[in-house]
Structures are given as C-alpha cells and as structure tokens.
Design a protein. Structure first.
Length: 465
C-alpha cells in the first residue's frame, strides 16, 4: 500500500504540503508557508513531520508562497532531493522566494529594533539569499511531458488555469499491464479567467486530491471589468487614491490587463497608475516571457499591441525613494502594490498614509485569509495595526468580486465532471471549514467517495508499494 500524509493546507488554505509514499519514494507535493493567524504562522517554525533528508523529491503545483515558501527552510534543514515544476513556475519562484526571504529578514529586523518579538534576537525563517538559492534547485518541465521519478513512478503536468505556470499534477505507477493514477488539482483557476486557459480535464484517475478554497460560494454575475470601472469612477468623484492591495503574481497582471482594456474602450479616464512593487514588475516581465502559456486571444492581443499589461499613464516604482514619492501624489490616482492580503510589503506604507483619509478607496481584490489585515478591512474594523501602531480606517473599503484566480463552486464541480469515472477516493484540502463542508456535500451528492483529511492525518491508498 502507498500513503498520503496531509502535512498542510488540510482544514485551512495555507501551508500546502502533501507527502506521497509510493514506489519506494517519498514525494512532497507542494512546500508552502502557513500564513494568516499567528497560530498558523508559528507552525512554520516547527520541525516537519518527516525528516527533510528522507524526502526524495518536491513537486510544486505553482509559485504562490503558500505552495512554495517553505522550500528554502526544507533545504536549510537537510533536503537534498530534486524539485520539479513547470518552467514558468520555476521562473516565478526565483522572484517570489527571494522576496519572501527579504520580507522575513525585514520582519526580524523590525522586531529587533522595537523589541516586539518574544524571542531575542528575532531571526528570519530564511534569508533572501537562501530563498534565491532554493529557487535554483527547481527543474522546469513542460506541460504534457512525462518525467520519471522512479523506475515505476512518473509525473505529468497539465494546465490548472490558476496563475502562470500553475499545474494539475498527475502521478502514474506503472505495474506493467495496468497503471494506477493519483491526481493533485493544485489550485484550480476559472473557466473564464482574464489571462489563463481553463483547467485541463481530469481524465481517468483512481485517487484525487482537490482544493476547495471557494467550495462554498459562487463568483458574482457582474463581470470584474464592470466592477473595476465603477470603483475607478467613484475614486474620480472623491478625488482620492484607489489603493489596490494586489498579489504580485496573477492578480496584478489581470488588473493591468483590465485597466488597459477599460481605458482603450473609453470606459474610464486615463489616470496615473503606479505599480509599486519590484516583485510585481518582475512578475509582469515573466508573464511576457511565457505568453504562450496564456489564453490564445490574450497572447494574440499582446503580440499585436492591441492590449498591453500597462496603462497610458503608467509608472513603475522600483526604489524606496520612488515609492515614498507617491505619498505626495494627490488624486485621483491608482496605486497597485503588494501584498494582496496586506500582510507585508509596500502596500502597508500606502495604507498608513491614506487609510485615515475619507477620500481614499481601498479595493480588496481577492481571497483574504482569516486574521490578515485584508480580512480585517473586509470585516469593517475601525483601526488596522501596522508597524506597531493602530491606524484609523476612514477610507472606503470595497470588494472587487470575481477576479479571484480560484474557481468557484460551479467551476470546481464542472472540473470534477471531466473525470471519466468516479475516483476510488477524493480528498478535499486547501479550504476553510465552511468551504470544505459545502463542497463535500456536493461531491457526496454525485455519489463519489469523499473525505476531508485533517492536518497530520495519513491515509492508505492502493497505489503501488
């Protein structure tokens, strides 16, 4: 019998880590950081449930930090196996892992200066240099090409439609006359994503490990472009700043694509747009590098120049001095800055500066994990704690629905129906309890065997020995 150990993103949406023991190998699918609540973040400092040196390979579904951000620590603690991902994920990880280490260093430095850590001295989980070196371990594998991990065990990546390079991972144990297949969905995108193609069909599989981030909700019918246009016009009417905390990868590029389209169609005025995130700037260049992985119509538009990943009055701010200068810019103006959940990054400085101003609009543009600053803004909390101080929230807080890179419940159920037959078992992961429970009921109604594993749980599967 083979085993799956659910080490993270089980009962929550972060810290994705699933260990597969099959064909004499230990394969860790995703290697993510826990984010959000303090008790979750503290898990990042705890030893992994298995010795890192005992793991033969890490397979990454995509580059987001909740799926890759623990890799530098795993290597630091003794992992020496191979790391496999798509070529675009490998490229994005070089940006994201270095930045994650930099944020760790900055947080430790802040705590040491202000004496706000329970530990002295506060230390980073890993450094920017360790993040950079970890990314160099990653081997790029094209979609649809099989890679052998052991004499009887191979893997294949297919598009997941979530972000650039995101992949559905299919493992095959070949026993000669027949094979057994195990599929990990990774994070699944939408059928109508602005940039990414729809997720590839499941085909046939014996076991399925599936995300459920939006398993209890549906995206609104109103197109995101229409919502974005209304937010821009309200910003113009108030004469203030539209601050969009945006994930550097995927969300920023989708927003730029939509803003450019709205401007070109004359639906919004040409406003100054500041992209204040070195990581988002680098990620946008990577999107250009891997245009072939985008939707065909998007690829054609970018190639012809009829659409771009920038606007008419576009400003890139790489340096700290350029970022600070934005504070002197009066509205109406649009500021896109990381991070998407306002857990760190330059967006915090813009929030400190402009949250107390009633003419400011903060546009929340995606999923916010419980306990994050973005989540607190959505809850309507009157103050937001940043850099050791409580900042008054007098700005207008709005939600841009439907731009999430995650498929909603309808998308997830549509993808399930692409399976040629029901798997022997489906495991639901990467979701909060309401989402997991709602999707579990839907899968049960299809007549499929389904389970919702807890973090730390191990299950036996008939997938080779």
């Amino acid at each position: 019998m083979a085993k799956i150990h659910f080490l993270g993103a089980a009962g929550t949406v972060t810290g994705s880590k699933h260990l597969v023991e099959a064909a004499g190998r230990r394969i860790l699918v995703d290697c993510g950081l826990f984010q959000g609540r303090r008790e979750l973040r503290s898990v990042n400092w705890q030893p992994l449930d298995v010795p890192p040196e005992s793991i033969d390979a890490v397979v990454l579904t995509h580059a987001h930090i909740d799926h890759t951000g623990y890799l530098p620590r795993l290597i630091k603690d003794g992992f020496r196996g191979r790391v496999v991902a798509t070529a675009a994920t490998a490229a994005l990880a070089k940006i994201l892992l270095r930045d994650a280490g930099k944020l760790q260093e900055e947080a430790a430095s802040f705590h040491n200066r202000h004496g706000t850590s329970k530990h002295w001295p506060a230390k980073p989980l890993y450094t920017a240099d360790e993040g950079r070196k970890a990314a160099e371990f990653i081997e790029g594998l094209p979609y649809g090409k099989s890679k052998r991990l052991a004499p009887r065990l191979s893997l294949t990546f297919e598009p997941a439609g979530h972000i650039l390079g995101s992949a559905i991972v299919s493992f095959l144990v070949d026993d000669g006359a027949s094979g057994r297949r195990l599929v990990f969905s990774g994070d699944l995108g939408r059928r109508d994503s602005p940039l990414q193609p729809a997720p590839a069909p499941i085909g046939n599989t014996h076991y399925l490990v599936m995300e459920s981030t939006y398993g209890d909700r549906l995206h609104p019918d109103e197109p995101p472009a229409d919502q974005l246009a209304k937010a821009v016009h309200r910003t113009v009417d108030r004469g203030g700043a539209l601050i969009i905390p945006a994930f550097a990868v995927a969300r920023t590029q989708s927003l730029l694509y939509l803003l450019d389209g709205l401007e070109r169609d004359g639906r919004i005025p040409e406003l100054p747009v500041y992209l204040d995130s070195p990581m988002a700037i680098d990620a946008t260049e990577t999107y250009r590098q891997f245009e072939d992985d985008l939707r065909p119509e998007v690829r054609d538009q970018l190639a012809s120049g009829s659409r771009r990943l920038r606007t008419a009055k576009f400003h890139l701010t790489r340096t700290v001095e350029e970022s600070k200068a934005i504070h002197r810019v009066r509205g109406p103006v649009i500021i896109l800055s990381a991070s998407g959940m306002a857990t760190g990054g330059r967006v915090l400085h813009h929030l400190v500066e402009r949250l107390p101003r009633p003419e400011t609009t903060v546009l929340i543009s995606g999923y916010q994990a419980e306990g994050t600053r973005g989540w607190r803004l959505k809850q309507g909390e009157p103050t937001l704690r940043m850099f050791g101080h409580d900042v008054a929230v007098r700005a207008h807080i709005e939600q841009l629905e439907g731009l999430s890179a995650h498929g909603d419940q309808a998308d997830l159920l549509h993808w399930l129906k692409t399976a040629e037959y029901p798997p022997d078992q489906t495991f639901l992961v990467h979701g909060e309890t309401p989402a997991l429970t709602a999707l579990e009921k839907k899968v049960e109604a299809m007549g499929w065997p389904v389970d919702v594993p807890a973090r730390g749980q191990s299950v036996d599967i008939d997938f080779g020995t």
